[in-house]
Design a protein around this ligand. Structure first.
Ligand SMILES: Nc1ncnc2c1ncn2[C@@H]1O[C@H](COP(=O)(O)OP(=O)(O)O)[C@@H](O)[C@H]1O
Ligand SMILES: [Mg+2]
Length: 151
């Protein structure tokens, strides 16, 4: 069954470690779209650094994509880091053509997924909350728990 997983991390490197596990899970066929929710500083980009490292993308290449809305990495499968922070309206999102990346056969990881009005049915959702300076709560929905625990 797919219950939500709730994880508390107590450092950025722990969040990256969780991201690495999630990235390996995606790579093993566990999913293709990850939608991340949470305020500025919640740790979305930190988690993505870990996810990306499972695909061989160096952490330093993952930016806080404030200026780049879609960063594409030519990995196999292709990896898309989408950051909708700067996007305000639904129209803008449609004009960005992000639906060419999401569900395209590549791996798409989306920050500020609150701004999407629709999601692929099988999207994995990660809600990230600030607990205190060094701790974050991460609630993950949409993964097969048995497969996750066998990773
Ligand atoms: N447990 C933690 N997990 C992730 N980031 C943390 C944690 N504790 C402190 N931080 C800090 O919080 C900030 C998270 O920033 P970032 O990942 O860019 O967030 P977002 O992309 O959600 O805006 C970083 O400065 C990071 O060092
Ligand atoms: Mg970010």
């Amino acid at each position: 069954m797919n219950h939500a997983l709730r994880i508390i991390t107590t450092s950025p490197s722990e969040t990256e470690g969780l991201g690495l596990k999630l990235g390996r899970f995606l790579k093993a066929g566990g999913g293709a779209t990850v939608c991340l929710y949470g305020d500025l500083g919640a740790g979305k980009t930190t988690l993505i650094k870990g996810i990306a490292s499972a695909f061989g993308i160096p952490e330093r290449d993952i930016g806080s994509a404030s200026f780049v809305i879609v960063a594409e990495y030519e990995t196999t499968p292709p990896f898309y880091h989408i950051d909708l922070y700067r996007v305000e309206r639904e129209d803008d999102i449609d004009n960005l053509g992000i639906w060419e990346y999401i569900g395209s056969g590549g791996i798409a990881v989306v920050e500020w997924a609150e701004r999407l009005s629709e999601l692929p049915e099988d999207a994995i959702k990660g809600r990230m909350n600030y607990v205190d300076e060094n701790s974050r709560e991460i609630i993950i929905e949409g993964i097969n728990e048995k497969d996750w625990h066998n990773m």
